[in-house]
Design a protein around this ligand. Sequence first.
Ligand code: HEC
Length: 151
Amino acid sequence: MRRRDKLITAFCLTAFLAMGRAGAEDADMRAPLALTASEKAFVLDQMRLFVKSLEQIVSGLATDDRAAVAEAAAARGGRRFQAEGKMPETLAGRFPDRWTGFGRPMRAGFDELARRVTEGESKNQSLARLGEIMRNCVGCHAAYRIVDAPN
Ligand code: HEC
């Protein structure tokens, strides 16, 4: 009897732990993107720059400071990113097409925002444009998480 009790207890415990693990996986459906420590540091640094620029864009729109909005948007646009050439060489090969499908339109959107604001589009048009840009942040965050790749 004692042995049987032990077996039942062990079975229940295993089942319970297995359920917990399955539950944890269900909770995070994001695909893992494996990056080395330095690649990850670069990507997350870019992410923090995105938030910084969003703040500058929103504040600039609120105070009608078009020059500030245009500069903040251009700073995160694809043109300047390419020109700066700071992206680690290994990184491009890591990005799946779906990732690029969020990243490219987002960068192009910042370029377009800089141009349109300079040309004098209305604040509401700029805000709508910003919303569209940010759908790429939301979409990519729902799709991917970063995991450690061997360096
Ligand atoms: C192409 C994909 C992609 C796009 C586009 C994207 N992000 Fe991210 N971002 C990520 C991933 C992946 C992480 C890490 C999430 C994780 O591992 O849990 C992240 C992390 C972050 C972080 C956390 C930074 C840190 O230091 O930990 C911030 C803030 C952030 N993103 C802001 C933004 C903003 C704002 C935008 C849009 C303007 C944006 N991101 C666009 C993929 C993206």
